[in-house]
Design a protein around this ligand. Structure first.
Ligand SMILES: NC(=O)c1ccc[n+]([C@@H]2O[C@H](COP(=O)([O-])OP(=O)(O)OC[C@H]3O[C@@H](n4cnc5c(N)ncnc54)[C@H](OP(=O)(O)O)[C@@H]3O)[C@@H](O)[C@H]2O)c1
Length: 251
């Protein structure tokens, strides 16, 4: 779905693969000046080759100070999408070690808080009525086995969304989460390769009877970034084909 982002500047994290990659290309096609941050240089190189207008930033978001330094150098932005995240379903709640919990929280939650602080401060100083979109998950709203680190990171992100929305609202800055169920990306492929029957499990519970395609998550992100959602803030926008309304498998 085309939106008009001409004249707008947006930073998105995790732009190298999956949802972030498709989002960067869509924003660029819609006229946006895109700052694409990711960890792996080769994926950013490929993105810039496809869309030469995109400005890449190579950074590991787990490095708080380095990320801040790099973001401080960017111009004032109209939008931020905290999309980067990693999966982590290797331990039961009883066995999950501290290091693994810290890794997930660092990657999926603290990184987004760090980026939001830097970008929002500049928006406030420049009186920009911007939009921040956090890519959360239905895992922030419902539990599943071995989900402690990932689910807690996403539940934390949803609360960060509410907290930032409350404190940035008076400056005209909106903050929302998008909470997808399983989406067809490299992350989903990794889960399947680990032997988790994610695809069949999700389809079994999904009233819409299928997996979410990447563009079906990207469109709501574009809407929340755009002026079409000018009074929408602090929302957890679920994109799950109805999975959360289903407490059992289909009968
Ligand atoms: N796919 C799903 O089923 C699903 C469902 C619900 C929510 N989500 C959420 O949606 C977001 C995007 O997921 P996806 O499926 O598109 O993931 P993906 O295909 O694995 O892509 C994630 C991107 O984020 C980057 N990244 C991860 N950690 C980073 C870090 N510390 N610093 C910089 N870049 C980092 C990755 O870089 P590398 O190339 O270096 O790995 C990659 O480019 C995530 O927050 C995820 O939790 C996904």
């Amino acid at each position: 779905m085309p939106f008009d982002f001409r004249g707008k500047k947006v930073l998105e994290t995790g732009a190298g693969k999956g949802i972030g990659l498709t989002l960067a290309i869509a924003l660029s096609h819609d006229g946006c000046k895109v700052y694409a941050l990711s960890r792996t240089k080769s994926t950013l190189d490929a993105l810039v080759e496809e869309c030469p207008g995109i400005i890449p930033t190579e950074a590991d978001l787990c490095n708080w100070d380095d990320t801040r330094e790099k973001l401080e150098k960017l111009e004032v932005l109209d939008g931020l999408v905290n999309n980067a995240g990693i999966d982590g379903h290797d331990y039961t709640a009883l066995e999950c070690p501290k290091e693994f919990l810290c890794k997930l929280l660092d990657n999926n939650l603290l990184s987004a808080i760090n980026c939001s602080q830097v970008v929002a401060k500049k928006m406030i100083e420049a009186k920009i009525k911007g939009s921040i979109v956090n890519i959360s998950s239905i895992a922030g709203l419902a539990s599943f086995p071995n989900g402690l680190p990932y689910n807690v990171s996403k539940a934390g992100m949803d609360m960060a969304t509410k907290q930032f929305a409350l404190e940035l609202g008076p400056h005209g800055i909106r903050v929302n989460s998008v909470n997808p169920a399983l989406v067809r990306t490299p992350m989903m492929q990794d889960l399947i390769e680990k032997g988790l029957p994610m695809e069949s499990l999700c389809i079994e519970r999904c009233p819409m009877d299928r997996i979410i395609e990447v563009h079906e998550v990207v469109d709501p992100i574009l809407y929340l970034l755009s002026d079409h959602s000018s009074m929408v803030t602090r929302q957890t926008h679920v994109v799950d084909g109805g999975i959360l309304s289903n407490i059992t498998v289909k009968i």
